[in-house]
Design a binder for this molecule. Structure first.
Ligand code: ADP
Ligand code: ASP
Ligand code: MG
Length: 242
């Protein structure tokens, strides 16, 4: 038995068919007897839609209320996925960042994860449930919802993998790995089968949003190997590691 963290990005959850595809991947590992934690982003476009809604009310919005609003996108994803898993006869529970025990710094929009109170997740894993955690968010010392910056669900996945001592951390996305440049813009981009934390950090900091830069920093700090792979295909992805 191994412990897996699987993260699915927004485009990989954008419609019911894709959501079920993600649920099937989680279910397959659970049926093999593994402990499975899913970290989900908001469905594709949802975070931008929430942001646009907020800006119609206040073009300068930010801080506490904006974070509480943006965090709802991920809440929708985990609830829908838990429903899908139950339809597949696999027990599952959805948890918000707060319920999952993700504690962050006391700042909004761009908070760092500080630690995890892992009791709840451990209890749910012991019951045999697939645990679905909202990406991109936690709570501060006052119990208010904070977000981790755009693209921050990757960081949630690595933080959970680190604090829960997972054996595997897989980041499912809409490309089949990490390339030398954005493969959607550069036809000459080549795919890496492996890449070091430092080289990945350079790519992420120069704007390659395939991985959130904080997620790579955290992975390096806690020596969490990451596999980046396509949610829709079966080809091997890219290993990010030491
Ligand atoms: P997700 O919703 O799964 O988090 P993102 O949109 O955040 O996905 O990141 C995946 C996107 O990152 C790809 O669709 C791709 O266009 C882009 N990207 C930019 N640079 C790279 C790179 N060097 N390698 C792979 N993908 C890249
Ligand atoms: N939903 C958030 C965003 O769009 C976080 C994420 O997808 O990683 O930035
Ligand atoms: Mg992303």
């Amino acid at each position: 038995m191994a412990r897996y963290v699987l993260k699915f990005g927004g485009s990989s959850l954008a419609d019911p068919k894709k959501l079920y595809a993600a649920a099937r991947k989680l279910a397959a590992l659970r049926r093999e007897g593994h402990e499975v934690i899913g970290v989900l982003s908001a469905q594709g476009g949802e975070t931008d839609a929430l942001l646009a809604k907020a800006r119609q009310i206040d073009p300068d919005c930010g801080g506490r209320e904006l974070d509480a609003l943006l965090a709802t996108g991920e809440q929708v994803s985990v609830c829908l996925c838990a429903m899908a898993l139950r339809r597949l006869n696999v027990p599952a529970v959805s948890l918000s960042g707060r319920q999952a025990g993700i504690r962050t710094e006391d700042r909004f929009n761009d908070a760092r994860v500080l630690w995890l109170d892992n009791d709840r997740i451990e209890r749910e894993l012991q019951k045999g449930s697939v645990v679905l955690v909202t990406g991109f968010q936690g709570v501060n010392g006052d119990g208010d919802v904070t977000t981790l910056g755009r693209g921050g669900s990757d960081t949630t996945a690595v933080a959970l993998a680190a604090f829960l001592h997972a054996d595997h951390c897989k980041i499912y996305t809409d490309v089949d790995g990490v390339y030398s440049a954005d493969p959607r813009k550069d036809p000459d981009a080549v795919k890496y089968s492996r890449i070091s934390y430092d080289d990945m950090l350079t790519l992420a900091r120069s704007g390659a949003k395939v991985l959130h830069d904080r997620c790579v920093e955290l992975a390096k700090q806690y020596q969490v190997p990451i596999e980046v792979l396509s949610a829709s295909g079966d080809v091997p992805g890219t290993l990010v590691g030491a």
